[in-house]
Design a protein around this ligand. Structure first.
Ligand code: CUA
Length: 155
């Protein structure tokens, strides 16, 4: 079969791009342990109020410079609305949703996770610097989405 010269070049170029993408994927997975996030557990929305730790939303000191921030998402607010955390704490955020898909994003940190009904979302965040952080919902969850945020005071 005859293939035009330029067409053959484009075929080679396409193969190089695909090969580069595959090599990049392998390096990410093997070298940097990239993986799809898995739910840290499962809690049905109807069971949130009777399942620990979600029956007591808020910040809980777990000792040795670590803490647990337990959040319940509901259109269109977080429970609780505000927490105070000591600076330098390694915080594990655990969040569930009562209704639709919400999301957690805390600018200036690595926190970025979806909160899906029925699943427990978990993410570790280091609050090294004192200040006021705003945790926003970053998944469109309805008409009040842009009002769904909470405050984390680190001091
Ligand atoms: Cu909750 Cu957007």
């Amino acid at each position: 079969m005859h293939i035009e010269k330029y067409e053959r070049w484009f075929m080679y170029a396409t193969a190089v791009v695909i090969l580069g993408a595959v090599v990049g994927l392998v390096i990410s997975v093997v070298g940097h342990h990239a993986a799809l996030p898995e739910p840290a557990g499962r809690v049905q929305p109807a069971d949130i109020d009777t399942t620990a730790p979600f029956d007591q939303p808020g910040y809980h000191d777990t000792g040795d410079g670590t803490g647990e921030l337990v959040l319940v998402a509901q259109a269109w607010q977080w429970t609780p609305q505000q927490v105070t955390i000591p600076a330098g704490t390694e915080v594990t955020i655990k969040a569930v949703s009562r209704d639709v898909i919400h999301g957690i994003r805390i600018p200036e940190t690595n926190a970025n996770v979806m909160v899906i009904p029925g699943q427990v979302s978990e993410i570790d965040v280091n609050f090294d610097e004192a200040g006021q952080y705003t945790l926003v919902c970053h998944e469109y969850c309805g008409i009040g989405h842009q009002t769904m945020f909470m405050t984390i005071d680190v001091e």
